[in-house]
Design a protein around this ligand. Structure first.
Ligand code: PEP
Length: 251
């Protein structure tokens, strides 16, 4: 049984004090929600403060990125070792904004996934096609390559920590979400790939989230699909009322 995961990606938004206010507004909202998991991914600067705020709430802490090395001469970077000490459980890896603006490729993303898992973190590994790639009917070729190269050499043990987020690039921050059927088709494709590369048990336990313009109105359409195991939410997660409605979509 896969427990649905609701992940909030705050991106480069919220100062420390603003992050604390947002976490405060959310921390009592999910008490007693045992059938789903919630994770907040604030900017690095707010991780400590948000960790303190959600300490006794049923909310996990996530980071939006990390370097793959434990420590060293990598000015401006944050390591998994540092995240571990802050109580971070999840880390977003390979978000399309990092692929697009920071030239992150599958090889680097692969190193990050392995390193995150080695440090006991749970990667939320993002994949997704551009609008042009979808129009050219290359969606499965692109996603297949991202998944295979991103998971190259990832052991079964490490794979048990991995979550995958299918985030079509054309749906991120655009207000133009994929249809639940489009998401379902890609999620099934990814699960089959993982089944072939690993085994039934790993594929059956793998959570595959959908991300891209999720809001309180469209979340249920995705969540009723058995292939969808949660959502990764950007814009709507900055509004506590909207994010609570998304997490509690059927309450
Ligand atoms: C995201 O940042 O991962 C995302 C899906 O953003 P949005 O919900 O704003 O489309």
């Amino acid at each position: 049984m896969r427990k649905p995961l609701f992940a909030a990606n705050w991106k480069m938004n919220k100062t420390v004090s603003e992050s604390v206010l947002l976490a405060k507004a959310l921390k009592n909202e999910f008490l007693g929600l045992t059938n789903r998991e919630v994770v907040l991914c604030p900017p690095f600067t707010s991780l400590s403060a948000v960790a303190a705020e959600i300490r006794i709430a049923p909310i996990a802490l996530g980071a939006q990125n990390m370097h793959y090395e434990k420590e060293g001469a990598f000015t401006g970077e944050i390591s998994p070792f540092m995240l571990q000490e802050l109580g971070v459980k999840y880390v977003i890896v390979g978000h399309s904004e990092r692929r697009q603006h920071f030239n992150e490729g599958n090889e680097l993303i692969n190193k990050k996934i392995k390193s995150a898992a080695a440090f006991g973190l749970h990667p939320i590994f993002c994949v997704g096609e551009t609008e042009e790639e979808r129009k050219k009917k290359k969606t499965k070729a692109i996603i297949g390559k991202q998944v295979k190269e991103g998971l190259k050499g990832v052991s079964e043990f490490e794979m048990r920590k991995v979550n995958i987020a299918y985030e079509p690039v054309w749906a991120i921050g655009t207000g133009k979400n994929a249809t639940p059927e489009q998401a379902e088709e890609v999620h099934e494709f990814i699960r089959n790939l993982v089944k072939r590369s690993y085994n039934d048990e790993i594929a059956d336990n793998l959570r595959i989230l959908y991300g891209g313009s999720v809001n309180p109105e469209n979340v249920e359409g995705f969540m009723i699909k058995s292939a969808v195991d949660g959502v990764l939410v950007g814009g709507a997660s900055l509004d506590p009322k909207k994010f609570v409605k998304i997490v509690k979509y059927d309450y």
